[in-house]
Write a protein that binds this ligand. Structure first.
Ligand code: ZN
Length: 251
């Protein structure tokens, strides 16, 4: 909820599920001082090797719809970089450098790239929910994102070892790769039948249904669920009133 409120979204959506706490281990970063500017390792962070599905769905939902109108949470480079950092997809100490770098160059290509990946991920999720073939352009885009080069390496963990990875190139590309990987794994190795798009056509919030029965239709009963109920109620009332209209009797 905090993430949404701080970025001023229109709906009462629960953004907390994938949002990161401050899990960065400060002491871990010192040992990375010898790395080049854009290399980074995630060490013993919350996600280890992968971004969580919650992060990826939060990412897709950064283009939020409220009563059918789009609300862009990734409006510019600073908000995008900060969003990714909050979700532990970029290191905190990179944030100001990255913002400077993209603002100095033309920020538009970076923003467009992020939005293209986001749109492509949404198409894959939509296709899964609608049980149809995805558009091939979306598949190409996500595959491109997945190709960002990184090295897998083992790092010590409190209880043994864990798998980590280190990006060699552009940190934004690395973040897009991790988000894409989370969606790709869920749709192929997870439980794609649990993916949902809010049944309110003016909302279309993407979420995973964790309810025991697996019959969740709305992003949130309090907003979309209630709106739908209210609309059904109004329609029933209207139908009733129509039925009760005085019948014109022939003279
Ligand atoms: Zn909804």
């Amino acid at each position: 909820m905090d993430a949404l409120n701080s970025s001023g979204g229109p709906n009462g959506h629960d953004w907390g599920k994938g949002a990161a706490g401050d899990g960065s281990a400060e002491d871990e970063h010192a040992s990375h001082a010898e790395m080049s500017d854009w290399e980074h390792s995630h060490g013993e962070g919350r996600h280890g090797h992968q971004a969580s599905l919650g992060d990826a769905l939060d990412f897709v939902n950064t283009l939020e719809y409220d009563k059918g109108e789009a609300y862009e949470h990734l409006a510019d480079v600073p908000t995008t970089v900060q969003w990714l950092q909050r979700h532990e997809l970029l290191h905190k100490e990179m944030v100001s450098d990255l913002i400077d770098r993209y603002e100095r160059e033309d920020p538009q290509p970076a923003i467009q790239r992020v939005r293209k990946v986001r749109g492509a991920l949404r198409e894959l999720l939509d296709a899964t929910v609608e049980q149809r073939r995805p558009e091939s352009s979306a598949l190409r885009e996500v595959n491109r994102a997945l190709r960002a080069p990184y090295l897998i390496e083992l790092v010590p963990a409190k209880d043994g070892v864990s798998l980590d990875h280190r990006h060699e190139g552009d940190p934004l590309a690395g973040a897009m790769a991790r988000l894409s990987e989370a969606v790709a794994r869920e749709l192929t190795q997870g439980d794609p039948r649990r993916m949902r798009i809010c049944a309110n056509d003016e909302c279309r919030w993407v979420f995973r249904d964790y309810s025991p029965a697996g019959r969740r239709k709305w992003c949130d009963m309090a907003t979309c669920g209630n709106r739908a109920k209210a609309a059904r109620h109004r329609e029933r009332q209207k139908a009733k009133e129509k039925d009760e209209e005085p019948v014109q009797l022939d003279a």
